[in-house]
Ligand binder design. Structure first.
Ligand code: 13P
Length: 251
């Protein structure tokens, strides 16, 4: 059985003190009895603070993005090696805000996945369709294209370091979450794709998180679905009580 995975994407929010106190509140809540793996994605500039605050706790810290190049003249970018160096263990790649606000294409996402894996990081890879794409019946085509492009060149042995996050763009920050059935259908489809690209055993082991307006009152139902192995939380992850309640909703 796949262990639940609950992650908080803080996006471009908080100040240094706010990041430290939020991390401390989550740390306080996570014990040996916590049934989910936990990851926090603070802004880059607060990574070191959060790593320090959660030291010794069973909480992963990750970068919200990383550069698709290794080192050198890339002003404003952060490399996989830099993330590891400050104690981050995961890279969030292909978030819809990167894809849609910053025009990050599938080829860049693929290069970032390769960089993260080569740098010994774990990857949380996001895929998801826009409202227009869903309404025109293209959800499967869109997530299939995003997934197969991102995993191009990824060896089967490295799949163990990847988790997927299905985040329908129309559900992010809108208060309109996908219904558990809508999300389950896409998760099952993604798992099937992994089975085809790799094998059924790998597909069974891969964790697929749902993201998009996850709140304490819908988390349990979502994570109760067969192929929903966790949640990637935006807005509600900034409120310690809400995020901790979601953490407790794992299977
Ligand atoms: P919200 O939970 O605010 O909808 O954001 C979801 C998200 O983008 C997490 O990465």
């Amino acid at each position: 059985m796949r262990r639940s995975y609950v992650a908080g994407n803080w996006k471009m929010n908080l100040d240094r003190q706010g990041a430290r106190s939020l991390a401390a509140a989550v740390r306080e809540h996570v014990t040996a009895r916590t049934r989910a793996d936990v990851a926090l994605f603070p802004p880059f500039v607060y990574l070191a603070d959060v790593v320090q605050v959660i030291a010794g706790a069973s909480i992963r810290v990750g970068g919200q993005n990383l550069c698709d190049q290794g080192v050198g003249a890339f002003t404003g970018e952060i490399s996989a090696a830099m993330l590891s160096d400050v104690g981050a263990r995961v890279a969030l790649i292909g978030h819809s805000e990167r894809r849609h606000v910053y025009a990050e294409g599938d080829a860049a996402v693929q290069r970032k996945v390769a960089r993260a894996l080569a740098g010994a990081l774990e990857v949380m890879l996001c895929v998801g369709e826009t409202l227009g794409e869903r309404e025109s019946g293209r959800t499967e085509e869109i997530v299939r294209t995003q997934l197969s492009a991102a995993l191009q060149g990824v060896a089967a042995r490295d799949l163990a370091r990847i988790a997927l996050a299905y985040e329908p763009v129309w559900a992010i920050g809108t208060g309109r979450n996908a219904t558990p059935d809508q999300a389950q259908a896409v998760h099952a489809y993604l798992r099937g794709l992994i089975g085809g690209l790799y094998d059924d055993g790998q597909a069974e082991r891969l964790r697929i998180l749902y993201g998009g307006s996850v709140k304490p009152d819908n988390a349990k139902q979502l994570m109760g679905m067969a192929d929903i192995d966790g949640v990637l939380v935006g807005g509600a992850s900034l409120q310690p009580e809400a995020f901790c309640a979601i953490l407790d909703s794992g299977k």
